[in-house]
Design a protein around this ligand. Structure first.
Ligand SMILES: Cc1cc2nc3c(=O)[nH]c(=O)nc-3n(C[C@H](O)[C@H](O)[C@H](O)COP(=O)(O)OP(=O)(O)OC[C@H]3O[C@@H](n4cnc5c(N)ncnc54)[C@H](O)[C@@H]3O)c2cc1C
Length: 595
């Protein structure tokens, strides 16, 4: 059976030494007083909750799955999920980063982010129940009417009610302009919604007293396509006069999907049978409002993958230290034993370090983005808020696609460390691979993230956001280029920055003549951009490790070692990716393929 321990030391390194969060937050009035000790205490308690309460349910939850009762159209989550959720809300975790006006604790996003890494390491399927609720909270907080906020936010903040996002329909996934669910206005200002949604995570379950569905649908006068999509709040139980869950609304789960992974999370087919709902925000501007939730969810999916990468690494490391097979090529490492532990074999260490580098790089990167979100939300200067928002917009598709691709690689390498035992269910490693796979698909497939990055975030603003982020890298390079101990990091970082700029220009020129040039280059392009970001953070972490007065300590030595591994073994992938991104569209036009 696998194990899990929250990586508190590395989280503290990232938050305090790399990002200096208390200083950074001190400029934000909402978080000015937050000190290091409080942050560490929250991390520690969150780590205990994840490891002691949620983690033990992961493997059994995967085996048991969710249960659907066709007579009552109800869903029961695996054994223990409901109790763990009750403990979660009793301890106040859902409210951590929520607005105090609605009962939240007002702590920063960057701290909530770390909590979510730990919860996802412990149990991705379980964590999706509160995770989606947090997305619904953010959407209603940003776009709900004052009355909707009063009605729903306190219950979502306390965790008493959970949330969903209902976008997908059988014929309509990526292209939401095709959706058909209809909303008819009523005399009392409400709407009647009719239609079918599929693949709705946490659409029905027994964890909470009510489920608040955020549903995309069309009004009768809606123009075709994405410009005719509106957003509605459709509660499972209509709030009564006191605001409690009252009459049952006509939104039902018709079935749950049987799927590859995240078995403990109910993926529901939902039918709306003239269900009562209320419009959120402006008519026909639903996608705009839903983007708040989708962006939160995209970062959330990155955190799911970071969590899986970390837990898979931890278990593969423990196994590799213990499992004895063969002898070290450079002479026995454990002569008194019949064989050496497999960690003596260079390729086993390569697999382990691949997962570890993706975890440590991902932790640094996502914590940075979360801190930028805090700045976007709370900085007193509007220009700073806008700049932070631009950077978050640029980096969000990279978090989503790069981290989820990395987790697929990392969990697979971690499984491989176990040899045949990795393929056997009781070791738990194959579950991590299965669970990791969905993260590349939902919340916009990784292809769509890549198109968003290259097409919208980079080319459509003439590379301005990318250039501004690149400036940060250039400043770091300039500051460190004369330091001989940093040359091994700064040189390749500067070189990759230049290559990415050049590549961006080349694709931009090709795209003028043929828009398919963007589609043909986007996926390798995003991966190159992801590596640039990781190289930047690994170089910064290496600098801290080299400069620390404790640089001889194991932690800093290992940090430096992982950074060197990353530059030597993972970053070179960019040479191949750049060639792929340059290959253009012609090689994808094979005669007869599209017929
Ligand atoms: C377990 C699970 C949970 C989910 N949870 C939710 C949820 O809570 N709420 C919700 O609303 N949905 C949810 N989804 C749906 C999910 O978001 C969609 O499956 C996803 O967006 C892709 O849509 P699709 O499956 O229809 O694939 P399609 O849109 O049919 O795409 C098929 C393939 O074509 C590619 N493609 C499509 N369009 C383009 C394009 N323009 N350019 C290039 N390539 C393209 C895609 O990248 C993909 O590889 C969930 C799905 C699963 C499996």
């Amino acid at each position: 059976m696998p194990g899990y321990q929250a990586p508190l030391r590395d989280m503290q390194f990232v938050l305090h030494e790399l990002l200096g969060v208390t200083d950074a937050l001190s400029g934000l009035p909402a978080h000015a007083g937050l000190d290091e000790a409080t942050i560490n205490q929250v991390l520690e308690e969150g780590g205990k909750f994840a490891a002691d309460i949620v983690f033990p349910l992961n493997h059994p939850g995967d085996r048991e799955g969710c249960h659907y009762d066709a007579t009552t159209r109800s869903v029961t989550a695996p054994q223990g999920f409901r109790q763990a959720y009750q403990q979660y809300i009793a301890a106040g975790w859902p409210s951590l980063a929520c607005d105090p006006d609605y009962g939240g604790q007002g702590l920063p996003v960057v701290l909530n982010n770390s909590l979510y890494e730990m919860l996802n390491s412990a149990n991705q399927a379980w964590t999706m129940y509160p995770g989606l609720s947090h997305g619904a909270y953010e959407c209603l907080h940003a776009h709900g009417s004052p009355e909707q906020k009063q009605r729903y936010l306190p219950r979502l903040v306390s965790g008493e009610w959970t949330g969903t996002m209902c976008l997908t329909e059988p014929h309509c996934g990526t292209d939401l302009g095709l959706l058909r669910t209809r909303a008819e206005p009523q005399a009392d200002g409400s709407y009647r919604l009719t239609g079918s949604k599929i693949f709705i995570s946490a659409g029905e379950h027994d964890l909470s007293a009510n489920i608040i569905h955020l549903v995309l649908a069309r009004l009768p006068d809606a123009p075709p396509g994405t410009r005719g999509v509106s957003l509605f709040v459709v509660p499972k139980f209509l709030p009564d006069a006191r605001g409690d869950a009252g009459e049952r609304n006509a939104i039902y789960c018709g079935a749950i999907e049987h799927k590859m992974g995240i078995h403990g999370n109910a993926t529901c087919q939902m039918t709306l049978e003239a269900a009562t709902g209320w419009l959120i925000g402006e008519p026909h501007r639903g996608l705009n409002a839903m983007f708040v939730m989708m962006n939160a969810a995209r970062l959330g999916v990155g955190m799911q993958s970071l969590g899986l990468t970390e837990v898979a690494y931890q278990n593969a490391l423990a196994y590799a230290r213990d499992r004895q097979q063969g002898r070290s090529l450079s002479g026995p490492a454990a002569p008194s034993q019949p064989a050496d532990p497999i960690i003596v074999h260079p390729d086993v260490r390569r697999m382990l370090l691949t997962a570890r580098a993706y975890a440590e790089g991902g932790r640094a990167f996502t914590s940075y983005v979360a801190l930028m979100i805090d700045r976007e939300l709370n900085h007193p200067d509007e220009a700073v808020r806008r700049e932070a928002a631009d950077e978050v917009a640029l980096l969000t598709p990279i978090v989503k696609a790069f981290l989820t691709d990395n987790a697929w690689i990392a969990t697979s390498e971690a499984l491989q460390v176990f040899g045949g035992h990795g393929y056997i269910a009781e070791w738990g490693m194959e579950q991590y691979v299965r669970d990791a796979r969905i993260n590349m698909i939902y919340e916009g497939t990784n292809t769509i993230q890549s198109l968003d990055l290259l097409g919208r975030k980079v080319l459509m603003d003439n590379g301005e956001k990318l250039r501004r982020f690149g400036e940060k890298i250039k400043v770091f390079v300039m500051q460190n280029m004369s330091d001989a101990s940093m040359a091994e990091f700064v040189g390749p970082l500067a070189e990759l920055g230049e290559k990415l700029s050049k590549l961006t220009g080349e694709i931009g020129v090709k795209a003028v003549a043929d828009r398919d040039a963007v589609g043909a280059a986007a996926v390798p392009y995003l991966r190159v951009a992801g590596h640039l970001v990781f190289a930047y953070f690994f170089a910064r972490m290496a600098k801290i490790a080299l400069a620390s007065e404790h640089s001889g300590d194991d932690f800093y030595q290992a940090k430096l070692g992982v950074a060197r591994f990353y530059f030597a073994r993972l970053l070179p992938e960019t040479a191949m990716l750049i060639r792929q991104a340059r290959a253009g569209v012609d090689s994808l036009n094979v005669p007869g393929l599209a017929q």
